[in-house]
Write a new protein. Structure first.
Length: 110
């Protein structure tokens, strides 16, 4: 398994996801979404699996601007440019991905 956890430093669910993999002794790579962000390829890979709407964190400060954009392509571009609007954690395992705390799905990856 090649687990990547994209998260924000103060996100409680990101810390829970890290603990989930630590307790099972599964190696993972943690990436600070705000500090480093996702590459375009990583972003597109996650978007293809879970969809752009599921990636939007409605509670993030300033994310309400995404609701006013008429086209999905504009929304996608704005979300990629402002990755602090992305809901966390995003956990990737190759071509598979989840958003939020989803241990029931991660169990199927083991």
């Amino acid at each position: 398994m090649n687990i990547q956890i994209f998260g924000k430093p103060k996100c409680f669910d990101t810390k829970k996801a890290e603990r989930y993999f630590k307790e099972r002794r599964i190696k993972y790579q943690r990436i600070d979404l705000v500090g480093y962000g996702m590459s375009r390829g990583e972003f597109d890979s996650v978007k293809a699996v879970i969809g752009i709407q599921a990636m939007i964190d409605g509670n993030a400060r300033g994310s309400e601007i995404l609701t006013y954009l008429a086209y999905d392509s504009d929304r996608e571009w704005k979300l990629f440019e402002n990755q602090s609007f992305i809901k966390t954690p995003i956990v990737r395992n190759g071509k598979k991905a989840t958003v939020g705390y989803c241990p029931e799905i991660w169990k199927t990856w083991e």
